[in-house]
Design a protein around this ligand. Structure first.
Ligand code: ZN
Ligand code: MN
Length: 262
C-alpha cells in the first residue's frame, strides 16, 4: 500500500490535510522491558505498533510514534524491574506523557483517537492520561473528542486461543515473552527472535500476595513467566489477524466518521 500511515513520515502539510479530512490518530503504547533471552526488549512497543499499522492500512487513520517506555514491570506480569534493561516510567510520568500527546493531537484538530496498549502494566495509567487530557480539553472548549482505548490481546478470538494453546491457556498476565508474544514476533519480526535461546525454566508460580522489595526468587531467571515452547509464526498470523480485523471493526462501529479505505 502506497498511502503513508506513519505520522513521522508525513510532512506537516500532508498531516494537516489528513486531519482536516477526519483521519483518526492511533497511538501505540508499549514498554522497554526484558522479554527473555530470545525476544528483544522492544517487544511490547513493536507489537502495539504492528497492530496499529495493520489497522491504519484499513481505515482513514494515521499512526503516531509509539510511546516506547511504559509503567514499571511487575514480577507477576513482566518479570519485574530487577532485570537489566527494563527501563520504565513512574505512573504519573506515563499518564502525563499520554495527557500531553493527546492534548497536542486535539489542539491540531484530531477528534478521533485510538490508544492501543501493548504492555499489561500500563493499563490504568493510560486511562488516567486520557482522563486528564479530556478534562483539561473541556476547559479549553474542546468537547467533541472521542478516544477508543484497548489492550490488543483482549481481541483474541476463542477459536484462536484454542488453536494457539491446545493444552490450555495460562492467562494473559503469565503470557510474558511466552507463546503469544513469541509467535507474533516470529510472524512480524522473525529476524529479532532467537529460537535457539528459548528458556526452559518456569512456569512461574506466584502466591496470592506481593512482597516489597520484590522477591526476585519468585521470578524465573530467564524472565519468561510461562514456557514459550510451541510458539510458531503460523500462530502469530492467527493472533495478528484477529487483532487487526476486530480492532478495525470496533473503530468503524464506534466512530462512524472514520471510513474504511479500499
Ligand atoms: Zn510483552
Ligand atoms: Mn510488558
Amino acid at each position: 500500500m502506497s498511502r503513508r500511515i506513519l505520522m513521522n513520515e508525513l510532512s506537516w502539510v500532508e498531516y494537516q490535510k489528513r486531519v482536516e479530512a477526519g483521519a483518526a490518530v492511533i497511538l501505540p503504547v508499549g514498554a522497554t522491558e526484558q522479554h527473555g533471552p530470545h525476544l528483544p526488549m522492544g517487544t511490547d512497543a513493536m507489537l502495539a505498533t504492528a497492530v496499529a499499522k495493520g489497522v491504519a492500512e484499513k481505515i482513514n487513520a494515521i499512526v503516531a510514534p509509539v510511546v516506547a517506555f511504559g509503567y514499571k514491570s511487575q514480577p507477576k506480569m513482566g518479570g519485574g524491574q530487577h532485570f537489566c534493561g527494563t527501563t520504565s516510567l513512574d505512573a504519573d510520568t506515563l499518564a502525563h506523557v499520554l495527557r500531553d500527546v493527546i492534548k497536542e493531537l486535539a489542539r491540531h484538530g484530531v477528534r478521533r483517537m485510538v490508544l492501543i496498549n501493548g504492555h499489561y502494566e500500563n493499563m490504568m495509567f493510560t486511562i488516567e492520561g486520557i482522563d486528564l487530557a479530556m478534562r483539561e480539553l473541556r476547559y479549553d472548549g474542546i468537547t467533541d473528542l472521542e478516544i477508543l482505548r484497548l489492550e490488543y490481546w483482549d481481541f483474541t478470538r476463542a477459536e484462536t486461543l484454542e488453536k494457539v494453546f491446545p493444552d490450555g491457556f495460562p492467562g494473559y498476565a503469565l503470557e510474558h515473552a511466552a507463546v503469544m508474544e513469541t509467535s507474533m514476533m516470529l510472524h512480524l519480526h522473525p529476524d529479532l527472535v532467537d529460537m535457539a535461546a528459548l528458556p526452559t525454566d518456569g512456569p512461574a508460580e506466584f502466591p496470592a500476595y506481593d512482597v516489597y522489595p520484590t522477591r526476585t526468587a519468585w521470578v524465573p531467571c530467564s524472565g519468561v513467566l510461562s514456557p514459550a515452547t510451541g510458539a510458531e509464526a503460523a500462530k502469530g498470523v492467527l493472533l495478528f489477524n484477529d487483532y487487526v480485523t476486530d480492532v478495525t471493526a470496533a473503530i468503524l462501529k464506534e466512530f462512524p466518521s472514520v471510513s474504511a479505505v479500499a
